[in-house]
Design a protein around this ligand. Structure first.
Ligand code: HEM
Length: 529
């Protein structure tokens, strides 16, 4: 007979009850104390939920995003320069004031050198890429990769992009009758997949032609937000402690095996057959073999002393991680920008007409084959794309972590070391103080005259400062070239299947719709003009 059997049942129950109450109270007090962090610092914060803090609160509006609760935090306290919040018990902050944002992203960059995002160490492709790498290693890698993204080198990839755009035109011509509805997000995702896989991996992925193309399957998987995937992505961005428990990776084991194989097959084939091609992969081969990208006209050649293998070695998964990121960072953002632009233009035929007039002119003057320079010379196209990136920033938040105690300039607020710092691009871009009537899609905001009046650090679709998007120019080339060709051939109109307003996918960390974007394509007369 053991001791429990000797005790009367009621005493056992009472003891368990007391333990439960004490435990509950202890946890409650622990969190209640944690949740005074921002109050003590004089930083306003929305009321946290017990235990959860603010991170799993339901979105405040129908358009709100579970994953993008950073926008909710931005809007929670109007007029405040910054808003504190809690991810479970961990204090984090959203910086709203554009001058403070400038300090975080640019002026005091060394204090905010790292992103908060941190995949599991086992996810080598996830940790060794330019987005996630930290400290001096990131600085070194960024310096080494930057020459791959100069306008000169991007321009050399224009023919690859133009080829994919021609394939998209053929696809649309073949698949559409005189009038037909298509889901533009999937179609542009296939196009963008083909572009990035040819430029980053040197491989023609054929997503437009082959519904089961491996690269498209991979891309679909990365951005398919099941409940579990949402939790994984949220933990990557907001909850490093959970990453350890769940062993969260950005690239799954299967994706890693696939990307490794494609990468090394192409590299070995090229090296064996002495093949060279104007793409990112070629530049990575140079980094692998020489530790630097060959200098072009006017560039300073790299010397041996510039190569520091203690900071980052260009071998193994360290190499594969870069095109893997270019692919993931590139195809979804491009497809998002393209599909939202087509959606907005379908709703405003006048804007579409004006853009088509510009396209008609460029098509006439270039005999239907606009060059890289032509595409970048189109003023109204630039205004349209800029407005899409305002209303729909594909990556809607920026994240950094504070590496040392830091006083926010002009305030008494001192951030503790390791505080996660967020900037909500959706919050800024849809803030009526910066963009009046923010829900109105109006490219005029970006006319030569008007854009001069934009307040610095209120419009940041590509981020800002040394960590900004390295592939922005490449992305713009892809988006603009595609729009020129699609709109030269087709008019886009809302169809009976078009959702107005669009329902957003509340689980996604990147901006995306729940049900896709269905538009009617009608053959346009520009082609014949
Ligand atoms: C419309 C297209 C795109 C948009 C809107 C976009 C947006 C962004 C944003 C907001 C960031 C974070 C910047 C920051 O934290 O300050 C970023 C980072 C990055 N993007 Fe893009 N991106 C686009 C296309 C691309 C493409 C095509 C590539 C690659 C070919 C790319 C590669 C990267 C990389 C490597 C980083 C991390 C840079 C670093 O931390 O050093 N992006 N992008």
């Amino acid at each position: 007979m053991n001791a429990m059997e000797l005790l009367p049942a009621y005493l056992v129950c009472d003891t368990l009850l007391v333990i439960a109450v004490v435990l509950h109270l202890a946890i409650y007090l622990y969190y209640a104390n944690k949740f005074t962090h921002w109050k003590k610092k004089g930083v306003p914060n929305p009321k946290p939920l017990p235990f959860l803090g603010n991170c799993l609160m339901p979105p405040s509006s129908e358009a709100g995003h579970q994953c993008l609760f950073i926008e909710d935090m931005y809007n929670s306290i109007p007029g405040a320069p910054c808003v504190g919040f809690y991810v479970f018990g961990r204090p984090a902050i959203v910086i709203k004031d554009p001058d403070l944002i400038r300090h975080v992203l640019v002026k005091d960059f060394n204090v905010f050198l790292n992103r908060n995002v941190a995949p599991s160490k086992e996810d080598t492709l996830g940790t060794q890429n330019l987005f996630a790498l930290k400290g001096a290693s990131w600085k070194y890698l960024r310096m080494k990769l930057s020459p791959s993204f100069t306008s000169g080198r991007i321009k050399k990839m224009f023919p690859l992009v133009a080829k994919c755009t021609a394939q998209l035109s053929d696809y649309l011509q073949e698949h559409l009758g005189q009038k037909q509805t298509i889901e533009v997000k999937e179609t542009t995702a296939k196009y963008a997949t083909d572009v990035i896989s040819t430029c980053a991996f040197g491989i023609e992925s054929n997503s437009l032609k082959d519904p089961k193309a491996e690269f498209r399957e991979f891309g679909r998987h990365v951005f398919h937000f099941t409940r579990y995937r949402t939790l994984e992505i949220m933990s990557l961005f907001f909850m490093p402690a959970v990453v350890k428990i769940l062993n969260t990776s950005f690239f799954t084991k299967e994706a890693t095996v696939f990307l490794r194989k494609v990468f090394w097959d192409v590299i070995n084939h090229r090296e064996k057959n002495n093949i060279s091609r104007d793409d990112f992969l070629e530049l990575l081969i140079q980094l692998k073999n020489k530790g630097c990208v060959d200098a072009e006209d006017g560039e300073k050649p790299t010397t041996k002393s510039d190569v520091d293998s203690t900071l980052f070695e260009f071998n193994g998964d360290n190499l594969v991680a870069q095109p893997a990121l270019f692919f993931t960072a590139g195809f979804e953002t491009n497809a998002t920008t393209l599909s939202f632009t087509l959606y907005e233009l379908s709703l405003q035929p006048d804007l579409q007409k004006r853009l088509r007039a510009e396209i008609r002119d460029i098509m006439k003057s270039t005999k239907g084959a606009p060059t890289y320079e032509d595409v970048f010379s189109m003023l109204y196209l630039n205004m349209v794309v800029s407005e899409t990136l305002r209303k729909y920033p594909p990556l809607p938040l920026l994240d950094r972590v504070c590496l040392q105690e830091y006083q926010l300039p002009g305030t008494d607020v001192v951030l503790e070391k390791n505080t996660p710092v967020f900037i909500s691009l959706l919050g800024l871009h849809r803030d009526p103080n910066h963009f009046p009537e923010p829900d109105r899609y109006d490219p005029e905001r970006f006319s030569e005259d008007n854009k001069r009046h934009l307040k610095p650090c209120t419009y940041l679709p590509f981020g800002e400062g040394p960590h900004n998007c390295i592939g922005g120019r490449f992305g713009l080339m892809v988006v603009k070239t595609c729009l020129v060709h699609i709109l030269a051939e087709f008019e886009v109109k809302p169809s009976k299947d078009t959702e107005i307003p669009l329902k957003m996918n509340t689980r996604s960390i990147v901006l995306s719709t729940l049900n896709g974007i269905h538009l009617e394509f009608v053959r346009s007369k520009v082609q014949a003009a």
